[in-house]
Design a protein around this ligand. Structure first.
Ligand code: MSP
Length: 530
């Protein structure tokens, strides 16, 4: 395994407020970054905002403000949301920042000088109202603008193109040599069969129909196409081609770094086809992994502003807490598949996994240690009851399965292993019947072993949940009475870690949610009660 990681989310468009779909992507990336750091790896985590383009120019105009003022306000909201969700990004790149603009201009020039970008003519279906070009497929047989529904006309304009044809063969070879580059695997077939095999046209990489973009240095009436601009963020943020290239050297050039992009299925083509080509043109290394996650639907339908079913994660976190929302996002939808958000499932998930299973295990255990051992966790003395051995092997297996799943970005699966451990520990209470052991003085040693095993199970579960349950895990550690140093991941296999610690009974970690109150609350956020 490589010794450090560079992990990125897409940079989001500040054309409107972020919704739960964006929070899904950033939260899962954060879970991965935290899990790596907790296990002692260096991990640099980047997110940001993709601020150029016609849509933003138009939205700003409609609001009567400059595009910069428009994005500044929306990006403030990005910062607030990521703070609220306790996202641990190391940097936040904005494509309007000088450090980025300069790199994009230089990248364009490099590619142009190399002969990979040339000046040509762009022909397509033009919408005068949106000032946008559309392809044959987009305009359809009725020649209608897919954005505004007005009729479009055939038109042409001068534009720069990137020579994709030059890089197709090496891209296919790259896919073949790096079977783990694009995951899930089905995405690679989709790229090859849908886009590459039918023949890739050279990519138009400049626009003259609007001005809110990065001007091409050599010919400023053109602005750089938003996708060439946006993708470059992954290297401009590290100081590529700048006076301060230290981070770039460490997190991009050094082969000991694994470079991972996380992205949604809607933008696979840009990341999996054009980005590797751009990098090859620049003569720099390609990412090691691109992980494509599915899209979240609102119940069965796509999130859409016009339907008003877009859930703002902010009030959700304010009401249910950061842990519940992070947990729901990480657990409910298998990372990599499409999924759907529903208020009923949200409440059910939190109640069953967090309140009933994990919260209850902690609560029962701390109460019993208080009752039977005056609040002091008995020492670990090996496998005493007939059930101890099995619980210990479940714990060991959980740790290794969890680590393997996390490394493969199977985040949902990783959490499921922890849930299974928690369920196993709850069952262990029923098997060992501590209340019966407590009645028999000869069973004191067995009772002590049960308490230690339960406390250790909670310790391991809290450690493994920690990248998701960023506050509740610490509260569980507090209740077990263990200090900061003892919480470190390195102690996870130390069965004596809890010996003689004094427990502190606290508030329940996750109070049960009343579905009759909470389901309508969330439905309201989805615009369902209108
Ligand atoms: N700005 C581009 C990305 C440039 S990256 C160099 C963009 N931005 S976006 O804001 O429209 O969406 C970015 C990402 O948000 C998607 O790829 C996806 O990861 C996430 N999601 C947006 N809607 C989503 C859902 N409904 N569900 C899950 N993720 C969603 O595209």
């Amino acid at each position: 395994m490589k010794k450090r990681f560079y992990i990125t989310t897409p940079i989001y468009y500040p054309s409107a407020k972020l919704h739960i779909g964006h929070a899904y992507c950033t939260t899962l990336t954060d879970v991965f970054a935290r899990s790596k750091r907790e296990r002692g790896f260096e991990c640099y985590f980047l997110t940001g905002a993709d601020e150029h383009g016609l849509k933003i120019e138009k939205n700003a105009e409609a609001k009567g403000v400059t595009p910069q003022a428009f994005v500044d306000e929306i990006v403030e909201g990005f910062y607030k949301l990521w703070d609220l969700l306790k996202i641990t990004n190391d940097d936040f790149i904005r494509t309007t920042q000088e450090r980025h603009v300069k790199v994009v201009q230089d990248v364009f020039t490099k590619m142009y000088n190399k002969g990979d970008i040339y000046l040509g003519k762009y022909e397509g279906w033009y919408c005068r109202y949106c000032e946008a070009f559309w392809t044959d497929t987009q305009a359809g047989k009725d020649h209608i603008c897919p954005d505004c529904g007005r009729e479009v006309q055939r038109a042409e304009e001068e534009a720069y193109f990137f020579k994709t044809s030059k890089y197709v063969d090496s891209l296919l070879k790259f896919y073949e040599d790096n079977p783990k580059f694009l995951i899930p695997e089905s995405r690679k077939n989709e790229m090859i069969n849908t886009f590459i095999k039918p023949g890739l046209e050279d990519l138009c990489v400049s626009r003259t129909s609007f001005s809110w973009g990065i001007p091409v240095k050599e010919n400023p009436k053109h602005v750089v196409y938003v996708w060439l601009d946006a993708l470059t963020n992954y290297i401009s943020a590290l100081g590529y081609n700048s006076d301060n290239p230290e981070l770039f050297k460490k997190y991009w050039e050094d082969e000991d770094t694994e470079i991972i992009h996380i992205l949604g299925a809607d933008i696979t083509r840009f990341h999996a086809i054009y980005w590797p080509m751009f990098l090859e043109s620049l003569g720099i290394r390609k990412p090691d992994r691109e992980f494509v996650h599915g899209l979240l639907m609102m119940r069965e339908s796509k999130m859409s502003k016009s339907k008003g079913n877009v859930v703002d994660p902010y009030p959700l976190v304010e009401r249910f807490g950061v842990d519940a929302v992070r947990y729901y996002l990480a657990r409910e939808v298998n990372f990599g598949s499409d999924g759907s958000f529903s208020p009923e499932q949200f409440v059910e998930r939190i109640n069953s996994d967090l309140a009933n299973s994990f919260g209850n295990l902690l609560n029962r255990t701390v109460s019993m240690i208080n009752k039977y051992f005056e609040g002091v966790i008995p020492e670990y003395k090996g496998q005493i009851t007939e059930f101890d051995g099995n619980l210990e092997s479940v714990i060991n297996a959980t740790i290794s399965n969890y680590e393997k799943a996390m490394d493969d970005l199977k985040i949902t699966e990783a959490i499921t292993y922890v849930n299974e451990l928690v369920n196993r520990a709850n069952k262990y209470i029923d098997e060992t019947t501590p209340w019966a052991l407590a009645k028999d003085e000869n069973k004191k040693e067995a009772l002590a072993s049960v308490m230690n095993h339960l406390a250790y199970s909670i310790y391991v579960a809290s450690r493994l949940y920690h990248p998701v349950l960023v506050t509740a895990s610490d509260k569980a550690f507090d209740q077990l009475g263990i200090d900061e140093k003892e919480r470190e991941y390195i102690n996870i296999t130390n069965k004596n870690i809890l010996d003689n610690h004094k427990v502190n009974k606290g508030e329940p970690l996750f109070p049960r949610l009343d579905p009759n109150i909470e389901v309508p609350f969330i439905s309201e956020l989805m615009g369902e009660n209108k």
